[in-house]
Every structure is written in structure tokens, then in C-alpha cells.
Design a protein around this ligand. Structure first.
Ligand SMILES: [Zn+2]
Length: 77
């Protein structure tokens, strides 16, 4: 039953990552800077638009330079 002398506790922080972009965002090849955009998919590999990077088939590689998925980095915006 402690009474806070300040009269207020920390307000809940507004969620800055409510968009969920961390997992659904674009990824950039760190070798050739090609960008995989989930909204566009990948016509080279016949990936349907709306496919997140995390759900690409295991054999998917960079359509430009064949770098494996581990060579891609997430883009923040
Ligand atoms: Zn590449």
C-alpha cells in the first residue's frame, strides 16, 4: 500500500514497433544491394507478392548475385 510521493508512476510507453515491420520488412543484399520487397515478391524466383522474407523457400538466393539469405540484412524503412 505504498503511496508514491510523486503522485504518478511511469506512464506506459507507446509502442513504437506496433507496425510489426521487423519481420515483414524489406531485406537488402549486402553484396549487391539488391532489395527484397515482400510487397512485390520476386518474379525471378516466382515468389508471390506478400511473401515475407522469413517465408522464402530455403533455396532462395539473391536474384542478382546468388548470395544466400544469410547475406541479407533487414531494412528499417
Ligand atoms: Zn545480391
Amino acid at each position: 500500500m505504498a503511496i508514491d510521493a510523486t503522485g504518478r508512476c511511469s506512464a506506459p510507453a507507446r509502442s513504437a514497433d506496433a507496425d510489426g515491420r521487423a519481420t515483414a520488412g524489406r531485406f537488402e543484399c549486402k553484396v549487391c544491394w539488391s532489395v527484397y520487397d515482400p510487397a512485390a515478391g520476386d518474379p525471378v524466383w516466382q515468389i508471390a507478392p506478400g511473401t515475407p522474407f522469413s517465408q522464402l523457400p530455403p533455396h532462395w538466393t539473391c536474384p542478382n548475385c546468388a548470395t544466400e539469405q544469410s547475406g541479407f540484412l533487414p531494412l528499417d524503412d
